[in-house]
Design a protein around this ligand. Structure first.
Ligand code: ZN
Length: 290
């Protein structure tokens, strides 16, 4: 039976997410695998954790496509005595290729930010800023304004559930229409968010000082902040890459059509639970900032 090779799949993925569009510090592309190996099942996940690799193995996957790199920094051993080593070993022993599209998927059109923008309800998106010559982040306008609280509720309904949920800084009843988005850690782009006159910035991993200073600078007004979680803001891209890869492989004929595609069911957000959080429904005065 004819099968698709990893080399053929890589050509498609490289076309979507060119290696040279990644940021200079990033490490993207193929981490394990032989270009000549067959690909019958592709598994997709945000993070290449050991549990995800085991899930891919149990699903019979030949290729694991992830957003985050497994080996971003130098390693001197892939023995199973470290988590990274155990993960590399598990991939190699199970004959699973690992392909990563990270910052090259963030800047791609369509890419991670477009999937997040679509979840916000945006359909026409522009570049938020340019980093190393690549289009980073997106900004766009909703067809009509909605309240900040309703935007947060919309994201809860469209993003995968995590222990931390979604954190918002701003009055729940405030109208928002112009939305800036960046999947993953976003506190380096506050200047660009202000410059594009966004009403709200949807991103994740907002640290105390940058977030508080951005709110101080805004004097209680826009841009408001939505921290929707790193894993959750990048998860939506998985369905996008799956659909595009499946369509492209189908053009290769029956061998491509026969390739199976599975999105990981494991939540790799590192948090387990929260206590004591203020919920939107607990607020009495919806005009007051939280
Ligand atoms: Zn990320």
């Amino acid at each position: 039976m004819q099968t698709v090779t990893l080399r053929q799949v890589l050509e498609v993925l490289e076309g979507f997410y060119p290696h040279d569009s990644a940021q200079s510090w990033d490490r993207v592309g193929l981490t394990t695998g032989d270009p000549e190996q067959p690909v019958r099942r592709v598994h997709y996940a945000v993070d290449p954790t050991l549990a995800v690799v085991e899930e891919a193995r149990d699903a019979g996957a030949d290729l694991l496509v992830t957003h985050h790199p497994l080996l971003l920094r130098g390693v001197h051993s892939v023995a199973t005595t470290t988590a990274k080593g155990a993960t590399v070993t598990a991939l190699v022993v199970a004959d699973i290729a690992l392909f990563t599209a990270h910052t090259n998927a963030d800047v791609a059109w369509p890419g991670v930010c477009d999937a997040l923008g679509a979840a916000c309800g945006l359909d026409e998106l522009e570049t938020l800023t340019v980093s190393e010559g690549a289009d980073l982040g997106r900004v766009g306008n909703l067809p009509e304004a909605i309240s900040l609280g309703d935007l947060a509720r919309r994201l809860v309904s469209r993003l995968p559930a995590t222990a931390g949920g979604i954190r918002v800084s701003g009055p729940p009843a405030a109208p928002v229409r112009r939305i800036a988005v960046l999947g993953g850690a976003g506190d380096s782009l506050f200047d660009a968010v202000r410059a594009c006159d966004a009403d709200v910035y949807v991103t994740s991993d907002l640290r105390h000082h940058p977030a508080l200073e951005a709110r101080e600078e805004a004097r209680g007004r826009t841009p408001y902040l939505v921290d929707a979680g790193h894993y959750a803001t990048e998860y939506l891209w998985l369905a996008d890459v799956r659909d595009r890869l499946a369509t492209a492989l189908a053009d290769l004929g029956p061998a491509g059509t026969d390739v199976e595609h599975h999105i990981s069911e494991l939540v790799t957000d590192p948090w387990t639970f929260t206590v004591g959080a203020v919920d939107l429904d607990d607020l009495d005065d919806l005009d007051s900032p939280t």
